[in-house]
Design a protein around this ligand. Structure first.
Ligand SMILES: [Zn+2]
Length: 81
C-alpha cells in the first residue's frame, strides 16, 4: 500500500505554517526571538508560534520583502520603548 503525504510548504507568500500545530499564520504574527546584530548574518532566526508557542527555525530563506517588513516592524517597536 502506498501512502501519499500531502505536506504544505513552510512558507507560502507571506503565510507560514507552524510545523507543530499546522496552523497557517501571517509571518508577521510569529514572535521572532531576539538576534544579536553582530552575528545576525551567521545565525538563523527562531520563530515562536502565536497559537501553540512552538519554537522553530525555518531552514529556507524568507522572501526578502517579508523579511524587510518584519525588520522595520521590530525597529518601530524598539523605537517606541
Ligand atoms: Zn503552532
Amino acid at each position: 500500500m502506498i501512502y501519499s503525504v500531502v505536506k504544505k510548504n513552510l512558507i507560502n507568500g507571506r503565510m507560514m505554517v507552524c510545523p507543530r500545530c499546522k496552523k497557517d499564520h501571517d509571518i508577521l504574527q510569529y514572535i521572532r526571538l531576539e538576534m544579536i546584530e553582530e552575528y545576525a548574518h551567521e545565525t538563523t532566526p527562531v520563530y515562536k508560534c502565536c497559537s501553540c508557542k512552538w519554537l522553530f527555525s525555518p531552514s529556507g530563506e524568507m522572501p526578502q520583502e517579508i523579511y524587510e517588513k518584519f525588520y522595520r516592524m521590530l525597529e518601530e517597536i524598539a523605537n517606541k520603548s
